[in-house]
Design a protein around this ligand. Sequence first.
Ligand SMILES: [Fe+2]
Ligand SMILES: [Fe+2]
Length: 233
Amino acid sequence: MSIVSKRLLSSAAPPLEAAAKKFYGDKVSYGSLSKAQKAFLDRVIRVDQAGELGANYIYFGQYTVLATKYPHLKPVLQHMWDQEIHHHDTFNKLQTQRRVRPSILTPLWKVGAFGIGVSTALIGKEAAMACTVAVETVIGGHYNQQLRILMNQYQDIPVYDEHGKEIAEPDMEIKDSPELTSLKDLISQFRDEELEHLDTAIEHDAEKAVPYMLLTEAIKLVCKGAIWTAERV
Ligand SMILES: [Fe+2]
Ligand SMILES: [Fe+2]
């Protein structure tokens, strides 16, 4: 595991409890979220959907240029691309379920991401891998930040027992609603997969790209700008 991904993992949340209602069935219910909490969830889904769409198109671009030229890279790129397609599909479904409007800049994210994938791959396979390092570093950190907020700012939602009485100190298993628990599980799973992509890229000579620092720092800036924008429009 690379130093970057170790650092990102160590600042991450502890593993999350799955199946919040396992022992309690439908006996518990939850108070509604505040306006700010709801707005944050919508923003999470909008920006993550846009980000995964971008990742999907970056790998599409890289695969288009590199897969036939370097047969040994084909399965590596295919595996990462498949995972991005799954991430993208998952957030598409959540977006429909929660009726979150997509980022209005969706066409730009597609063209821009495909362009980044193709252009870095045209510089060389090392530059394509350096692009992956930059993207996954930013995305890993971004997911960690979302997890921290989901863990710290959703603690005040009341939990009610089967008689509708508020439970004063709910157990860990029922503290978070199944919806919140599954979103946190999903984000931490995707975060781990992004960090695997980061490690894969380093194993495949990302650091040999010239000029590595300039390339990765420039792409990180682009990603941060895209995240900032997709959260808002
Ligand atoms: Fe992803
Ligand atoms: Fe990824």
